[in-house]
Design a protein around this ligand. Sequence first.
Ligand code: MN
Length: 487
Amino acid sequence: MKKYEFWFVVGSQFLYGPEVLDTVAKRAEEMAAELSKALPYPLVYKVTAKTNAEITDVMKAADYDDNCAGVVTWCHTFSPSKMWINGLELLQKPYCHLATQYNMEIPNDEIDMDFMNLNQAAHGDREHGFIAARLRKPRKVIAGYWKDEKVRERLASWMRTAVGAAFSRELRVMRFGDNMREVAVTEGDKVEVQIKLGWQVNTWPVGKLAETMDAVTEKEIDELMDTYRSSYDFATDDIETVRYQAREEIAMKKMMDAEGCSAFSNTFQDLYGMKQLPGLASQHLMAQGYGYGGEGDWKVSAMLAIMKRMGKDGNGASAFMEDYTYNLVPGAEYSLGAHMLEVCPSVAAERPRIEVHPLGIGDREDPARLVFEGKEGDAIVVSLVDMGGRLRLICQDIHCVKPILPMPNLPVARVMWQAMPDLETGIECWITAGGAHHTVLSYDVTAEQMKDWASIMGIEFVHITKDTTVDSLEKELFLNDLVWKLR
Ligand code: MN
């Protein structure tokens, strides 16, 4: 993974004299160094900018520096914002305006007009905010004291989101086979996603995968079996079936790594030369950070890879998920999510078990898969759909619970959740927005991050929360249709 960093650009002007500018620069440097200790990526102080040329230069440099994942600006003093126009117009990296102040308190005795000249972020940040608003420049505004835990957490989340945007722009997706026949929501305009999101989505022959599988050695399989044993419980004696999944995993990983791909899709309708639908193989690849989508769903696969990078450790608790069935009992209304096989074990509440069971779909041998229950906690489900002419990202707040039934005869990983605002309204909102049955379910990427990511990428964002009503959502979608036609 790249060593990403963020640039701290501080606005000022010559009006205050060299002494004030010197203090501003020293404090900005101190703040960047202190913040860096609490943030997932370094915040590098670059310049106290006083002229159009300085601002334009630093923004151009940010655009061309591969390690720079975004720019954070702040105005300790007043910085006339016309000098920012050229630079902000050129800036293509994610942009955050940190509206903060060096001091927390207004000092009663010390405050005089010199103090006011030096400490006027409230003044300067408003001028700075205006020009971004005037330019319609997408940006994140975070306000608060720079030593405050909440401010630091929000800046950290935004950084992870910006890295998600950088990762998106370089993402390559390997498709094994086409989308499942006749399915609509897994389709999409691959040219449009490359223009908007940067994804390179291409296909490789399943026959080539079968050849690569044949070339996998027993020694390679032995090594991966050791990894399986250290990570999972074996609830099967059918070791040959598990070894076959290891063979599939090694081959898929080799092909993806050779092409620089971080995500893949396959379909049970095209398993040429393969004895099992990859189950455990796909699940363990997801656990390592690769994106995956079933039935050829390359959009959900790409979103999973991106959301894993946006997670707390660069590979967060996020999984490919599918809404399967409901519990509609009054007072115990839940969605049950699962898939034929392929849910990522990063969302497991317990140590997953490897089991082998028949699979009624795909006309192949019984596949090995990981079986587990999802953990409790607040989460989101996310779906990217192609509306024809634009992409829509739909995000719903959910609360995951321990499954209320043991379901001993359901041989797949499962997660049970309460949809917001309630099951029935939540379903109505999701269906009204056109959300897919495939989603990314995430415990550690927040809805705020997904909203910021959509803003950075320039796509529509729809959020279903505890406060959403069908009426309000319908109005929003109707207006969005008009707005996005104009853009
Ligand atoms: Mn599916």
